[in-house]
Design a protein around this ligand. Sequence first.
Ligand code: SRM
Ligand code: SF4
Length: 577
Amino acid sequence: MSEEKKPSANEGIKIASNYLRGTIAEGLADVTTGSMSADDQQLLKFHGTYQQDDRDLRAERRKHKLEKAYSFMIRIRVPGGVATPEQWLEVDRMATQFANGTIKLTTRQAFQFHGVIKSNLKRTIREINQTAMDTIAACGDVNRNVMCNPNPYLSDVHADVLKVAQGISDQLTPQTRAYHEIWLDGEKIESTEQEVEPIYGKTYLPRKFKITIAVPPSNDVDIYANCLSYIAIVEDGKLAGFNVAVGGGMGSTHNNDKTYPRLADVIGFCTVEQAVDVAEKIVLIQRDFGDRTDRKHARFKYTVDDHGPDWILARLNESLGYELGPVRPFEFTDNGDRYGWTGDENGNSHLTLFIQGGRVLDTETYPLRTGLREIARVHDGDFRLTANQNLIIANVSPAKRPEIEKLLEQYGIKDSYGKSALRLNSLACVALPTCGLSLAEAERYLPDLLTELEETIEENGLRHDAITIRMTGCPNGCARPYIAEIAFVGRAPGKYNVYLGGGFAGQRLSKLYRESVPSTEIKELLSPVIAHYARERNDGERFGDFCIRAGYVNETKQGRDFHHNLKPEALKTAQPA
Ligand code: SRM
Ligand code: SF4
């Protein structure tokens, strides 16, 4: 007899929370501790904030019998990644006043603050809302920040696409008044009966949900790694509609084959007018059919894999009351950002800047944050956050460009100048010291590893050859590592699984090449592969494709195969020659 599985603990927390209130208000008022209760920590995510502690200080504080150095990460939603100069200035101010003096640009086009202490949490979230931005649903079992291709090169199409992203974001934003009550001192509504969460209901979604929109040929928002993606189809210079893709995701757990990254399947085409409806109906399918018993199997990618994309399409058509059209042709060439100045059809200019690790801060040698602040003070366009943790100073009018160029010069801010194509195509997640799940360094270590690998790259004449390279501190995949051509995924302090063979446009999963490689041995491990590539690649052949052709790894054809079909050497720790 099959035993019915119980819903996971988080389902109970959501039901008991009275639409995400829990005891957050009381917890914030408790000055005896810098932390919140375990259940409220889960609920806080829906409000856009995570309790963390400074892991660099753990041992020292334990020695002195002190509470951990608790603080909060706050994620600010920026649908489509577009922020005004005024918003930039406010984010910059709050980074100093309430956070650790840095602004983090995330892999989903959002801002993050780190290091906000409990007594400042409410004020910070309130002030974020005063800037016409918010944090609701930046995290939690709901739809997250909707991503959108940030490059306004085709500015009319881009404006249309951005409108759709904002429409989807609005439609899927939770309706609970809890956010207003707790953070904005909104009026308390006593009866839960008056609450309406027409899309989510009391238990919201089984797990987080992610949506993105790409404008080919750029796949800079990594559509294959999202739960639901739209691929803009541009015909005669106009937006004709979108191909719809479902079931992508990255997260996996070491030594658990039942968890795996998966690429989205493209299942049909919808018109611009249908896009919001399609998003809502897909979310409802996940709400009703996603696995609420096991959070490691609760993402939409498993719903799609378990039932099959055809089943999802049939259900979607049924609930829409009309059918998606056949998939239209499209082609992605890459998933990186286009650095430097570009112009658009309206005569405005856009400058894409490389921001290492997405971290905007001042150092003694590079006053990036100050420079951007000064630019925001005169800028008459907007700022665009890219899904590659970079920044576009967008829509610079011809009149303003000389002034902005002068400031760039004055603060030494370079777009891509002097950097290898390898570095310009790198991504690292936050990891230590704030991420509670990290097993190894990422953002703080990748820049140094790149410096080491750049020696090999230079020796082999590959300085200008783009290779995508990504690092995460654990297998959750926040920098979307499993679709990079080279990826490092933390196993333990100073040790990484090395993956090869991802697609240059983010269209193929990679495969484990060596397990648990000490960081000191990574250069020795990869140098021969890079040299081999430089010597024997075919014309235009990408590094990831070469790694498969030359037999370093087998091709991963689908998510379920990610952990299988490994070369025997993959599970051996690398031995230096
Ligand atoms: Fe992520 C959890 C940071 C994008 C997959 N992610 C976390 C947490 C909140 C750790 C935690 O749960 O305690 C990290 C906070 C670290 C910190 O100190 O800031 C964290 N994720 C990030 C960011 C900031 C990484 C970055 O360096 O930019 C990204 C914020 C995006 C945003 O603005 O919303 C971020 N996370 C992603 C992505 C990439 C994407 O969405 O395109 C993924 C892979 C795609 C996917 O979802 O499948 C991702 N994060 C995860 C997972 C694994 C989920 C799963 O399916 O198993 C977790 C852990 C979890 O949810 O249990 C996680
Ligand atoms: Fe933290 Fe892991 Fe995400 Fe990196 S990949 S930010 S270590 S959860």
